[in-house]
Design a protein around this ligand. Structure first.
Ligand code: PMP
Length: 386
């Protein structure tokens, strides 16, 4: 019998939607340089502007506030660079406030900047990974230039109160950035309603192509290009337009907006079905993150006395692909810094698995995981010396 393949690592990346593949394939023919004034150039530019409108509709901003980047890592780096530059130029607002559970494209930028003497504070989170507003308040003062807090966490799925945090940032005259990479297409992401000044997105997390993302920038907020060169994107990001990828992310945005409410409910249903099934079948498990404020497709669970990496490999042998949420991608077996920051015991952090659902997962797949997972945990626990 052919082995079932079940992909439950959608927070790492998603497959492209067929509609996206088709649109990209057609857009590959739009080879004209979108900055050229002739017909081929205008054709490409038109496709790009349509895509910009689709992104704007998805995140509730104006099309001319959308800057295409190579992804969310570049978008995040661009934002920090804007404020680094302002500080270099002598701004009295010379402190940045972020959190301990941001994506490495921020936490590593923080380390890099700190080494060079910049003042950056990382606000701790509670046991569920939420930023406590009273704690955040103690970090905010008139010297803060930027507050950067992710909308939803990639490992444990915890959603932050971005609207409230934005108000607090603005109250001390700071600008607000949110990395909405994991939230997009799963919960409403509302730039205007929330009032945020900068927002990062990545195409490959919502069924679009890799290597394309967005930095949405509110009008009249500070901006400094990270890439200097041509006048593309109104001078905000130099480099010849990647027309097919931009068309692809636009179609992905259109689908995300159209299916938002149904997907949100469906992903939560699958996640809850798996959570309850695991809790019924496997003793002594701990669900990580915040169960009330959680991205609908994310389930992070610790299995005490079983190693996350071993669980991952045994599941992989069964054709089930998940993640440990740890830094194993870099070759180290360090437990997840996100779980540790949320105060999860180091043993539990070592035994954690992230299941992340997407548009193409089904109930049948959850049932299959519920059949294959319990014997794996039993076996690993039997081998454990702990
Ligand atoms: N931010 C978050 C929250 C993410 O999950 C990711 C991808 N893992 C990124 C940023 C980086 O996105 P990209 O791959 O587009 O650089």
């Amino acid at each position: 019998m052919e082995q079932k393949i079940i992909y439950l690592d959608n927070n790492a990346t998603t497959p492209m939607a067929q509609e996206v593949v088709d649109a990209i394939s057609e857009a590959n023919m739009l080879f004209g340089n979108a900055s050229s004034m002739h017909g081929f150039g205008r054709e490409a530019a038109f496709a790009i502007e349509q895509s910009r409108e689709k992104i704007a509709a998805l995140i509730e901003c104006n099309p001319d506030e959308v800057v295409f980047t190579s992804g969310a890592s570049e978008a995040n780096n661009t934002v920090f660079n804007i404020f680094r530059d302002a500080i270099d130029l002598g701004s009295k607002k010379n402190r940045i406030v972020t959190t301990v559970i941001e994506h490495p494209s921020i936490t590593e930028t923080v380390k890099f900047l700190r080494k060079r003497g910049y003042r950056i504070d990382e606000v701790p989170v509670d046991k569920t990974g939420r930023v406590e507003l009273e704690t955040l308040a103690t970090y905010l003062d008139e010297d803060v230039a930027l507050v950067s807090v992710m909308t939803g966490n990639n490992e444990i799925g915890t959603i932050q109160p971005i609207e409230e945090i934005t108000k607090m940032a603005h109250a001390v005259g700071a600008f607000m950035h949110t990395d909405a990479t994991q939230a997009i297409g799963k919960i409403p992401v509302l730039m205007k309603t929330w009032g945020v000044d900068y927002m990062s997105l990545s195409g490959h997390k919502f069924y679009g192509p890799k290597g394309i993302g967005v930095l949405a920038v509110k009008k009249k907020v500070p901006f400094e290009a990270f890439f200097h060169g041509g006048h593309q994107e109104g001078g905000k990001r130099a480099g010849t337009y990647n027309t097919p990828a931009i068309v692809g992310i636009g179609v992905a945005a259109e689908l995300a907006l159209q299916d938002l409410e149904t997907e949100r409910a469906r992903l939560w249903h699958l996640r809850e079905m798996l959570r309850k099934g695991i809790e019924e079948r496997i003793p002594n498990v701990v669900v990580n993150g915040n169960q009330e404020h959680c991205l609908p497709g994310t389930l992070d669970i610790s299995f005490p006395s079983a190693e996350g990496e071993s669980i991952l490999l045994y599941l992989d042998m069964e054709g089930i692909m998940v993640s440990t949420g740890s830094a194993c991608a870099s070759g180290s077996l360090e437990p997840s810094y996100v779980l540790l920051a949320a105060g999860v015991d180091i043993e539990l952090a070592h035994g954690s698995i992230r299941f992340s659902f997407g548009r193409y997962n089904t109930e049948d797949e959850v049932l299959h995981v519920l059949e294959k997972l319990p014997p794996i945990i039993k076996r690993l626990r039997g081998m454990s010396t702990r």
